[in-house]
Write a protein that binds this ligand. Sequence first.
Ligand code: MF3
Ligand code: CO
Length: 248
Amino acid sequence: MVTVKSAQEIELMRQANMIVRDTLDLVGKTIKAGMTTAQVDKLVYDYITSCGARPSFLGYEGYPASACVSINEEVVHGIPSPKRFIKEGDIVSVDVGSIYKGYNGDAARTFMIGEVDAEKKKLVEVTKQSFFEGIKVLKEGARLGDLGWAIQSYVESHGFSVVRALVGHGIGTDMHEDPSVPNYGTAGRGMRLKAGMTIAIEPMVNAGTFDVKVLADDWTVVTRDGRPSAHYENTVVITKDGCEILSL
Ligand code: MF3
Ligand code: CO
């Protein structure tokens, strides 16, 4: 069921998403070569709980951590580990969710560690920009296919591919609500958006093929060709003539 949020609910979503934004800003200032992904996770857990919020990923369908930390060919859902070290030249996607006063925030960034090669740098920049290209089409009455096509066409014009197996989602009192929000599609098709709908838009972009697989830990999604992948996500609310990004 797709829901439209009241002004009061949107204010709570703003607060939950500001906690997520601040958490990711803190990670961006702290993350460096030599850290483990478990240290990133602890930073996320400690900061979210210090805000009086709860990390929404922790325990979600058995997920064992507060953040997803996905390095290089890992697309999303990398499980933090005290044995996994971040290295110079890596790109590291960090995905974080919080629940505050019953409402969810969800966002992700991909960080470049020190000097990264030209392809990874372009991949990270195109992935982030694809989100901003996508939201240009948003407003009451726009269709989900308009959004998906805007993201996909921008990504493909740079020679990269959009992951198909995972999509964005509605968000509110649940982290995952209807509708599904693909990062690909056909302009003029799909559900029409209404002002007050809150959705998490999260392009996952691969340097090579869009094909992915899940590792034996049942969580970590990696590219099938082993080439790098980047992720960028914000929660937004649709308005009459555009959208407001709640997690920036
Ligand atoms: N932010 C993610 C999403 O949008 C990931 C959550 S997966 C979890 O779906 F299980 F770790 F919570
Ligand atoms: Co999400």
